[in-house]
Design a protein around this ligand. Structure first.
Ligand SMILES: Nc1ncnc2c1ncn2[C@@H]1O[C@H](COP(=O)(O)OP(=O)(O)O)[C@@H](O)[C@H]1O
Ligand SMILES: [Mg+2]
Length: 350
């Protein structure tokens, strides 16, 4: 590092950003995660005007969700792992970068941003430009599974195969990594959101009751499971009866919710199997030994690790603090620019 670079790092805090479909996290070198808020933005309906002078983002916007009068619209710009709206994504990124960088120093930060590996070149440029506009001095984009693997402590730069499965809100990203490159990967648009939708659909079909997305998520967190739980749990839910239009309470069990989640859970498991089938024998034998590491909010679904282990025959473990892996991985790369350089040069297999 030259003298100028050394001085720079004394006065700036570079940022690692996990631009997730459900949550955006920002980590600062040496400080860990400083921001963790939902990836939502509140705008004036029909416009791209972010409310509260550009500050109706994240926690603030989430509060408005569901309680919004007709002229407010709450948007999740990254919802399905693609950038639904460039301008709104930019406003969101700008808000988070300013909030994290704040008064930390006179210099513009370098920023490593993890993006869903499914986004295209145009979307990548949009993210880079947004971060530059928001005050970054340099922007590096890396695929989300790579960041997750680094945050999970996997030896990504070594000549050994590691598998990471990052299951978030909108997407599941699976990758086998060796020598700083993704040698096989898959990104499917199935994640926690889809699980919530399946619960909504199930209750509508079985009970003629409609519930909202937030309630569905609560049901998932309370009863959701991928394999039969050792003990059946129950929960009462309030919804609206579609025949009468009146509020109605029902009681559901974990077995029912497991049934409701079967299809998306199977898709997640199949995406892992698909990547395993494409992995070269040498690396596959590493995986036999080292197993699969899971990260992301939805990786915490009860019984999912066990189901994945049963279905693949490989050991499966959850990363420590699975929801912050990506952001921590991005920040860690800022301290290890050699590895960052290698990752950027190698790119991905697809
Ligand atoms: N304990 C849990 N069990 C199941 N799902 C969970 C749990 N905790 C969080 N989630 C789900 O994880 C998803 C968000 O995960 P996250 O990794 O932040 O997503 P993204 O990277 O797409 O922003 C949400 O769908 C949320 O409901
Ligand atoms: Mg994520």
């Amino acid at each position: 590092m030259g003298l100028f670079d050394k001085l720079m790092t004394m006065f700036t805090s570079d940022l690692g950003i996990d631009l997730g479909t459900a949550n955006t996290l920002v980590a600062v070198q040496g400080k860990g995660v400083v921001i963790s808020e939902p990836s939502v933005v509140a705008v004036r309906k029909g416009t791209k005007e972010v409310l509260m002078n550009g500050n109706a983002v994240g926690d603030m916007a989430k509060i408005m969700l569901g309680k919004n009068p007709g002229n407010i619209q709450v948007i999740r710009p990254m919802k399905d792992g693609v950038i639904a709206d460039f301008e709104i994504t930019e406003a969101m990124l700008r808000y988070f970068i300013r909030k994290a960088h704040g008064r930390r120093g006179p210099f513009r930060p370098r920023v490593v941003i993890a993006v869903p590996s499914g986004i295209n070149e145009v979307e990548k440029r949009a993210v880079t430009n947004s971060a530059m506009n928001a005050g970054a001095s340099r922007v590096f984009l890396i695929p989300e599974p790579m960041a997750a693997a680094i945050g999970a402590g996997l030896p990504v730069a070594e000549p050994v195969g590691s598998m990471i499965v990052d299951i978030g809100g909108g997407t599941t990203e699976v990758a086998v990594i060796s020598l700083a490159g993704m040698v096989a990967s898959e990104s499917v648009r199935v994640g926690g959101d889809e699980l919530d939708q399946c619960i909504i659909k199930y209750l509508k079909n079985e009970y003629n009751v409609v519930i909202g997305e937030n309630t569905a998520e609560q049901v998932k967190l309370t009863l959701g499971c991928a394999i039969s739980p050792p003990e059946e749990a129950r929960m009462s839910i309030k919804g609206r009866d579609i025949r009468t239009g009146m509020p109605r309470g029902i009681e559901v069990t974990s077995s029912e919710i497991m049934e409701a989640l079967r299809q998306p859970v199977t898709s997640i498991v199949n995406s892992v199997k698909m990547v395993l089938e494409r992995t070269q024998p040498e690396l596959a034998s590493d995986l036999m030994e080292r197993g699969i590491c899971m990260a992301g909010g939805t990786s915490q679904l009860r019984g999912l690790a066990q189901l994945l282990a049963q279905e693949t025959g490989l050991p499966v473990r959850l990363a420590v603090d699975p929801m912050t892996c990506v952001a921590r991985g991005c920040a860690a790369l800022l301290e290890n620019l050699d590895v960052l350089q290698e990752i950027l040069e190698l790119g991905t297999d697809n």
